[in-house]
Design a protein. Sequence first.
Length: 610
Amino acid sequence: MTEATQTRPAALPRTVQMLYQVAMPQPESHLFEVTLRVKGWSHNLLDLKMPVWTPGSYLVREYARHLQNFTVSQGAARQDADQASESKLTWRKCSKNHWQIETDGVSEIEIRYRIFANELTVRTNHLDATHGFFNGAALFFFIPGFEQQPIQVTIAPPPEWRVTTTLPPSGQTNTFVAADFDTLVDSPFEIGSHQLYEFEAMGKPHQFAIWGRSNLKIDRLIADTQKVIETEAEIFGGLPYDRYLFLVHLASQGFGGLEHKNSCTLLYSRLGFRTDDRYNAFIQLVAHEFFHLWNIKRIRPKGLEVFDYEAENYTPSLWFSEGTTSYYDLTIPLRAGIYDVKAFLKLLGKEISQFLTVPGRRVQPLSESSFDAWIKLYRRDANSNNSQISYYLKGEMVSLLLDLLIRAKHGNRRSLDDVLRILWQKFGQSGLDENNVGQEVGFTPEQLEETIASVAETDLSEFFSRYLHTTAELPFDEYLQPFGLQIQPESLEHLSPYLGLAAKSENGKEIVKFVESGSPAAQGGIDPEDELLAIDGLRIKADQLSDRLKDYAPGDILSLTLFHQDELRTCSITLGSPRPAAYQVVPVEKPSIAQQKNFKGWLGAELAEL
């Protein structure tokens, strides 16, 4: 407890008015100019705190580091030259994200500050001459003890810029009302000359707000998005919102999505829609973030039931919230008819290949990966692939096995869909308030496992113990076999001997980016950031490495010359046997009638079509 908190009065006013104004008079400066007016305050101290993270992105990002020009004055005072100094109030900073104001009984306080916004991601703020975008956690303060109070936000945009958000309008121009601070954080704003496209799905209004020039075909996207919405709503029995916004940023680089209860933000390559593969990747992103409006925004782990915006919020269950969502973003476009079963199995093979080629899967258990999201997933380094596994990726693989287990036992009459429906009814819609709105209750890891086991009608304690809490290998073939499928590694015949490093050309230099633990390269003393120079006295380029190694056989010893921290070294390395880098999901030979039936019940197609 800080000294500032200790001196705070025990009793607080029951209600106050919080009115924000967000202006951007010079967008090219990347500075949002924010004014907060607090009305009805009746105590001598006012604490303001800024979140350090935002839900859906599990890393302490220290949003307060972008704040500058903080000033405080009496809200009702005249701001002429004679009285400006008299109207100012004393304040102090108590911690990295905590400001405390001495109000001395003043009932109306005006706080002004600027936020630098030049980071185009789905979880931050971006302001330039073309648009303004912000997330509430990265822009607004909350007043401790008043998080449940309504908050008004007025946008003062440049001329001819429009304002798009899911917050309801107040009746005043460009003014909106958030029911509480959680809602404010959960409602991003897009301000600019972005394109707006209205469409309906299941009788409810939806919007695409798209910033950035691109080769996107909007008619195709809308039609396919309608299919995604209908397919996902069928699982849960309807749509739990009145309207929904897809906020899309199309830029030269970047990829990502962030879910909200009534909207999502998507970042994608502006020219990434030309081929079917790239277009389908975007549809998967749409399907993923939209699925989150149930799975994690309304069905969420106990550790995320009430958000603590000042610190890490721990849960071992992100494998389900994110990993299961990743499994469904692969299956939903298939169910919706956007791509066929061959495309689905090709994509599934790529996901399995990625999983089976990450050595960190043998080091970090899945539940630990979820729990340690705050210190590992978003803070990758040269050793990350050796030491960790993504809860998105392994969670997707475990969800695949669970779905297949349930389907095989019950002849496709039950599936992971049933688990989600029960969780939705039990936790997402657990009780209704006076407005007939569901009150979400967080689930514990034990409740999640019990729900899955109840649908499977099987004791899954050993399954969860092995695949959530240990690094045991996932038995893909065992679970795929009842559906007439198996995992097939690529042929080793034409592969290079195993060296165990990855390199990349950077500024005319060939730089080692990754060295697999225990590999010939690691045993030879090669480190990330070493500069490769030559193999057996002949210059080597990063993109030539694989071909050069084909001139050697397993067991051969080669001399690799490099710079290690500017010191010239030559390492002797004994090459290992080739290892597969890719796997396919293929039919078994002579599938039985039962296998063919299971396959069709799962994927809606004939196994013979493959």
